[in-house]
Design a protein around this ligand. Structure first.
Ligand code: AMP
Length: 400
């Protein structure tokens, strides 16, 4: 089996190391407002500093047009915050592969750190353009990828450049891949997955894959209504995907065949509109009135779900149980988050995206075993898909 090539096997002294990080951080007025992603990259950066590498960091931020510099998407706030966290200068290049990048890269001394401007300022990044990948590669001697959040994208900075330079995985990348694959290959049991979010169509492959791995599957969020409709229940004005009821039914049959306990809500919190001040009603899933939409799992369901989570030895969670952004419909998600946090014995793994936002909103992040930095990437990994950015770091890649 292929192994991921670790920076522990890299002698970085005196080498120019091009490091792909995920500094796609929220900013306001030029200041980073949540530096979690920068913090998560620190172990790799600090190790390479200690080894005497010459770091050229690169990251995307947001979705610029790809036609050059746009102040709103600059990496300047990330450079400033990283400099504070490291307690040393971080030089920001004014471009990605232009004269400034070349000058900054060649001026680096051992243990010094530079950051290129947003790689997506160049439209060739997302196309994995070979010339752009060559320009990036020409800045350095070796390549390190620590950006798990973009590992499912075959872009120049995640894939193209990895094929041109000796390529290694940073510590965050190793931890992400190791935790998620470990959970899938050899979980502590009972292993329960908690899936929510808006659409079954988005999550069907994850559900399908997890049904081969888990002992129990808890379904919440709007996607439960497609399952309830598949059971012949009236779902009122809830968000539902009628075209997906056959697939939902197939998943219920697969759960039964695999001996997986599939949990669906028995009650919901419903309202006439998805509005913060809408009057909320608690209704049984057998009696959802035509004019009401289900916006959260109900209290009885939340108790049942919390109880199942309490008995689990491994919990994987992706997707909120309801419209957690609005207080009246946040209780189901909170109860589930609290149950996961309270299960201190279990491996508790949060699979990125809105579940991470919910865990942070409820102040429970420190209670979890692992919080993934990559929503899309972690879903694709769980689905069993090969992540191009990870595959490029494997030891059996031809020619290296
Ligand atoms: P996703 O991006 O698919 O993970 O879905 C997350 C979104 O689903 C959040 O913004 C939630 O507000 C929304 N959501 C969860 N439950 C419901 C529901 N019952 N009705 C409508 N939207 C929901």
């Amino acid at each position: 089996m292929a192994d991921i090539r670790s920076i522990d096997d890299l002698d970085a002294r005196g080498k120019k190391v091009l490091v792909r990080v995920d500094f796609n951080v929220p900013t306001k007025d030029g200041v980073v407002t949540d530096d979690t992603r920068i913090q998560r990259a620190l172990p790799t950066i600090q190790k390479l500093i200690a080894d005497g590498g010459r770091m050229i960091l690169m990251s995307h931020k947001g979705r610029p047009s790809g036609n050059g510099f746009e102040a709103e998407f600059s990496n300047a706030p990330a450079a400033a915050r990283l400099s504070e966290l490291l307690g040393q200068e971080v030089v920001l290049a004014e471009d990605v592969t232009g004269p400034s990048a070349a000058q900054v890269a060649s001026a680096l001394g051992d243990g010094q750190v530079a950051l290129l401007e947003n790689v997506r300022f160049d439209g060739r990044e997302k196309k994995n353009d070979p010339d752009f990948a060559r320009e990036l590669a020409s800045l350095a001697d070796v390549y390190v990828n620590d950006a798990f959040g973009t590992a499912h994208r075959a872009h120049a900075s995640t894939k193209g450049v990895a094929d041109l330079l000796p390529a290694y995985a940073g510590y965050l990348m190793q931890k992400e891949v190791g935790t998620l694959t470990g959970m899938l290959d050899d979980p502590k049991r009972p292993f329960i997955a908690v899936l929510g979010g808006s659409k079954v169509s988005d999550k069907i492959k994850v559900i399908d894959a997890l049904l081969d791995k888990v002992d129990g599957l808890i379904i919440g969020g709007a996607m439960c209504f497609t399952f309830l409709m598949a059971e012949g229940k009236a779902t009122g004005a809830s968000l539902v995907e009628p075209d997906w009821t056959d697939r939902a039914r197939a998943m219920m049959e697969k759960a039964k065949a695999n001996g997986v306990k599939l949990h669906l809500p028995v009650d919901v919190v419903a309202a006439k509109a998805m509005e913060e001040d809408a009057e909320a009603f608690f209704v049984s899933v057998d009696e959802i009135p035509e004019d009401l939409m289900g916006l959260d799992i109900g209290p009885e369901t939340a108790d049942i779900y919390a109880d199942a989570i309490k008995k689990a030895a491994c919990v994987f969670w992706n997707g909120p149980m309801g419209v957690f952004e609005m207080e009246p419909f946040s209780h189901g998600t909170r109860k589930v988050a609290e149950a996961i946090a309270a299960n201190a014995e279990a491996d508790t793994i949060i699979g990125g995206g809105d579940s991470v936002a919910a865990v942070n909103q409820f102040g429970l992040a420190d209670e979890m075993t692992f919080i993934s930095t990559g929503g899309g990437a972690s879903m694709e990994l769980v689905q069993g898909e090969e992540l191009p950015g990870v595959a490029a770091l494997m030891t059996d890649v031809e020619g290296r």
